[in-house]
Design a binder for this molecule. Structure first.
Ligand code: PXL
Length: 280
């Protein structure tokens, strides 16, 4: 059985980060070890959230795992607690990277043109160091602009997306998948680029005009699960996009649900049917 480790926070309530990654990756038949970066009462869109930074646990946990001879098929990072934590996460990569495993980085730090409230202006440059070590990164447009210093635009053309992707690839990752992008009204999807082959991949669904917290984490977790099940990156991105859309479709009639995340649990049967169309 394949095993990954997911390095991100536990928001105790509000369906995002580890409370999304654990069930989705597990449902896809992959063991999901966790390295919590912080424990928060809720995600940071709620007022007055509590936060215990766990930076001082990363080194000791990594050392114990090394002593036990533990290895991972993928290391999947998301929301990090602080800029100080970046060096520890990079050291974790150096300790557990092998020629065969995958470093998957969701630089979860911003959306809708703004950094998340817990981060200061120095944070994107630190997150760029994490992205530099990745095989795959999955930023949204806001994160892409903060990582590269290019302007954030809500109206754009394909040239702008290609410029962002080229600048992100310059940071160092082999694959860049820009999420939440649109090239025609009513469609929303992903544009990916493979620096080694120069190939571009796009995948779009009909846009559902509602926004939920935590859908980036649903998308990233599904993509990692797909890759660990042997899908290529294009297939994994398409599966992740379809599942995320299905979660939104199932949630959109629930009143006041935006902050509480999508009802991803209800769409797990659809995810598994898509992952195993032959019924295995
Ligand atoms: O879904 C991204 C995320 C993860 N973890 C925490 C967050 C956010 C987004 O705001 O606040 C704590």
């Amino acid at each position: 059985m394949k095993r990954i480790v997911s390095i991100q926070d536990i928001s105790c309530l509000g369906k995002c980060s580890l409370t999304v990654a654990l069930p989705i990756v597990s449902a896809m038949g992959i063991e999901c070890a966790i390295l919590p970066t912080a424990v928060l009462s809720t995600h940071t869109m709620f007022q007055n959230f509590t936060c215990k930074d766990l930076t001082d646990q990363i080194g000791p946990i990594a050392r114990h795992w090394k002593q036990e001879g533990i290895a991972f098929d993928a290391i999947y990072t998301g929301y990090l607690a602080s800029a100080d934590q970046v060096a520890d996460v990079c050291r974790f990569f150096d300790a557990f990277k092998t020629p065969d495993n995958l470093i998957f980085v969701d630089p979860a730090m911003a959306d809708n043109g703004k950094l998340y409230p817990a981060f200061g202006p120095e944070f994107p440059a630190e997150m760029a160091k994490v992205c530099a070590k990745a095989d795959v990164i999955v930023p949204n447009l806001t994160e892409a602009s903060l990582l590269t210093g290019l302007p954030y635009r809500t109206e754009y053309d394909e040239g702008y997306l290609r410029e962002l992707i080229a600048a992100l690839a310059e940071l160092g990752p082999r694959h860049v998948a820009l999420t939440g992008v649109s090239l025609e009204p009513g469609k929303l999807g992903v544009m990916a680029y493979d620096r080694a082959t120069g190939e571009t991949f796009t995948y779009f669904n009909d846009e559902i005009p509602v926004r939920y917290h935590g859908t980036g984490d649903v998308f990233a977790s599904t993509c990692v699960g797909g890759l660990m099940n042997g899908l290529n990156l294009g297939q994994a991105l398409a599966l992740a996009a379809d599942y995320t859309v299905e979660c939104i479709r199932l949630t959109k009639h629930t009143p006041n649900s935006n902050w509480y995340g999508v009802e991803f649990e209800r769409a797990i049967p659809m995810l598994l049917r898509s992952l195993h169309p032959e019924g295995a």
